[in-house]
Write a protein that binds this ligand. Structure first.
Ligand code: BMA
Length: 384
């Protein structure tokens, strides 16, 4: 039973909570951050000038790693060293935040990640987050597909639901801590539960039903947005490539949960790497044709969905591992990003501890001159 006094306290508490989520003059800084990001993303589509994005660009590169997470000036970037510009968008991965680890699955300190994300935003760029969390049922990693009961176990009513809500809470705490120098939330492009039609992550196609996947995406969205007030998030849906329209849509959480539609697809770099010297040219030819055909089919299909539903097209992950095709940027990627009106194209990380695991150039790398042409093409947006 509520007494009148309790009612008064509760209603003044409600007003206080409502006011504290609003900025001066009743504005909502989270909503404003989201709207600002959406308008940048849409403008890139409308003007056919996609933004270039690179995973982990500011926190390490091909042969370097930030040593001092708290004090580093966050100025180094392989992409900038080659082209003179930072990527417009920098990607980060939250894997590890679920257990409140101090570093993510690729050993990036979350303190550094926070500082880099805020700094990049203050320079005028945008940031995007993927998440490769551990397997909440087995304790293995995101790639542990030994059980098809994981998603079921974390949804409402499942034995790991409370544990999973704690994982979401840890991720939300981190995302909520991404604030500019005035304490306002920065825009966040979030891409949870990606590549989910294939079966290499515990949330993949053979590991849960479409209903369970949709429930997982909606649970994540609703918890972040409604329970945690993270209205600054732009939501990306990005299944893996080489799937039909029916497969693409079979696990779609709904238009009210998703802002951008994407796909992850990589060039068949292994074919080029394995070819003997006298067959390299043929292998490159094959890789170009194969990648372009698949991308044409997938981006054509997803672009159609974007037109139908008023969503933003993105190429959420791509690249040629090791860049064995030195003209890949202008011969392969550029024609594709010019053909489909996409908002951004993200190439994956330049590992500092795996010499051949890189997807962007660095000084002296053979595709660097071609990347300079790509990044200075009027169709590509780098950070000015
Ligand atoms: C993969 C590889 C791994 C990495 C993972 C998450 O594609 O780059 O080395 O741990 O992404 O970033």
């Amino acid at each position: 039973m509520k007494t009148p006094f309790l009612t008064l306290i509760l209603s003044s508490l409600t007003v206080t909570i409502m006011l504290s989520s609003c900025g001066p003059k009743g504005t909502d800084p989270a909503k404003e951050a989201r709207e600002a990001a959406i308008s940048i993303l849409k403008e890139a589509v409308q003007s056919s000038t996609p933004m270039y994005a690179h995973q982990d660009d500011l926190v390490y590169g091909h042969s370097w790693n930030v040593e001092d997470p708290e004090g580093d000036p966050i100025e180094r970037s392989d992409v900038k060293a080659v082209s003179g510009h930072y990527p417009f968008i920098v990607g980060f991965d939250l894997g590890g935040i679920e257990l409140r680890d101090s570093k993510n699955l690729d050993s990036v300190s979350f303190v550094l990640m926070r500082r880099a994300a805020v700094k990049h935003t203050e320079r005028g760029g945008l940031v995007t987050f993927s998440w490769h969390p551990r397997n909440p049922l087995t304790g293995g990693d995101a790639w542990d597909v030994s059980s098809d009961k994981v998603v079921q176990s974390i949804l409402e009513g499942g034995e790991n639901h409370a544990k999973f809500m704690d994982w979401l809470s840890a991720a939300a705490d981190f995302l909520d801590s991404l604030r500019d120098s005035e304490g306002n939330p920065i825009p966040i492009i979030f891409r949870p539960w990606h590549e989910h039609v294939g079966s290499w992550f515990w949330w993949g196609g053979k590991l849960c039903t479409p209903e369970q996947y949709i429930a997982l995406y909606r649970l994540t969205h609703d918890y972040m947005v409604h329970d945690r007030g993270l209205g600054n998030i732009v939501w990306v849906y990005s299944p893996n490539s080489q799937i039909s329209k029916e497969q693409y849509m079979s696990r779609y959480p709904g238009d009210e949960y998703v802002d951008a539609l994407g796909t992850d697809h990589y060039a068949p770099s292994g074919v080029v790497g394995a070819a003997p010297a006298d067959k390299k040219e043929d292998a490159i030819e094959f890789a170009r044709k194969n990648f372009t055909e698949i991308m044409d089919r997938d981006l054509g299909m997803i672009n159609g969905l974007c037109q139908e539903r008023g969503k933003i097209l993105v190429l959420s992950e791509t690249g040629f591992e090791g860049l064995g095709d030195h003209a890949w940027w202008t011969e392969v990627l550029l024609p594709l990003v010019k053909k489909y009106p996409m908002s951004y194209v993200l190439t994956w990380r330049n590992a500092h501890d795996k010499p051949t695991h890189y997807y962007a150039p660095f000084p002296g790398e053979p595709s660097a001159p071609d990347f300079v042409k790509f990044s200075s093409d009027p169709a590509i947006k780098m950070l000015p």
